[in-house]
Design a protein around this ligand. Structure first.
Ligand code: DHB
Ligand code: FE
Length: 307
């Protein structure tokens, strides 16, 4: 059976993509940002998942403003990079996983979660930048990626709770897929940023850090946060953070935080990155490790006694 083994969240600033494409990653400004993703890339290479489900938002690249689906699941075999004004980014075509994507669509929709099925779609920096941050710049992405686009560009975006519940529906769908696939879910966008208006440039590190803490430890409470709070505390584009709840909802209640990185700014945005691994239903360590720990303690006690 397929299973979700971990989740990764990361910001998606388009200027990060431009820095990669224009070979500026060693510039001091950008090095500060990219160095924080070295551990992430190591972890990703070690975990080597069979499939990634990439929760991201389209920035009027694939959907324009004529049609804006709330949740759009990419079921195609391929998703080329979109032209966002400077030509398509020189990154590999995203190869999908039509069989697993169709299975997720069937499971989620029959379960009452009405996803939009997308059979042709280009993907913008919302997806390609997090793929670079997690995988570097290979000639092919190392595994299939199922894109799931969430509307955060036109009011009303879905609530955090709805996003979390979508994660739950994805988890259920993946768990009932018969092939043994190890799946990692990406939540992307955020953290605090506002691109236009009188508050342009707003960053709120206190809010962002608390968001990271609660994502690990209080995911359901965090998902209940109303839209207004994102707007007030994290800026207009901070609402992109609702996508992180899809990733979190797809994981177990108890997770192990493997890595975290936070820096300010990249372009107009606070950049956050977190990796969470499933550790089983209780959040306790696997029995074998626990046994070894107990044995160790007993041995230490024995040593103390002997001394
Ligand atoms: C920026 C951030 C975004 O999330 C985005 O979609 C566009 C621009 C920025 O920080 O410049
Ligand atoms: Fe964005």
């Amino acid at each position: 059976m397929a299973k979700i083994i971990a989740g990764l969240a990361s910001s998606h600033v388009p200027a990060i993509g431009a820095a990669i494409d224009n070979k500026q990653t060693e510039d001091p400004y950008w090095k500060r940002v990219f160095s924080g993703f070295e551990k992430t890339k190591e972890w990703m290479a070690k975990v080597n998942p069979d499939v990634v489900i990439g929760i991201y938002n389209d920035h009027a690249s694939a959907f324009s403003v004529e049609i804006i689906p709330t949740f759009a699941l990419g079921c195609a075999a391929e998703f080329p990079p979109a032209d966002e004004g400077w030509g398509p980014r020189p990154v590999p075509i995203v190869k999908g996983h039509p069989k697993l994507a169709s299975h997720i669509a069937t499971s989620a929709i029959l379960d009452g979660f009405d996803l939009t099925i997308v059979n042709k779609m280009e993907v913008d920096h919302g997806l390609t930048v997090p793929l670079n941050l997690a995988f570097g710049s290979p000639t092919e992405w190392p595994c299939p990626v199922i894109p799931l686009a969430v509307n955060v560009v036109q009011y009303p975006p879905p609530t955090g709770k709805r996003c979390f519940d979508l994660g739950r529906a994805i988890r259920k769908a993946v768990a009932s897929y018969p092939e043994d696939l190890r799946v990692v879910v990406f939540g992307t966008g955020g953290m605090s940023h506002q691109i236009s208006g009188p508050r342009a440039g707003l960053i709120n590190s206190k809010f962002d850090k608390s968001f990271l803490d609660r994502l690990t430890k209080d995911p359901k409470g965090l998902a209940a946060m109303p839209h207004l709070e994102y707007m007030r505390e994290a800026g207009a584009e901070g609402i992109e953070l609702v996508m992180w709840h899809v990733m979190r909802g797809a994981l177990d209640d108890h997770v192990r935080e493997v890595y975290r990185f936070y820096t300010v700014p990249a372009s107009n945005t606070a950049v956050g990155n977190i990796i969470l691994e499933n550790v089983g239903k209780t959040g306790k360590k696997p029995a074998a490790k626990k046994k070894a720990k107990t044995a160790n303690k007993t041995a230490k006690k024995g040593l103390r006694k002997a001394a």
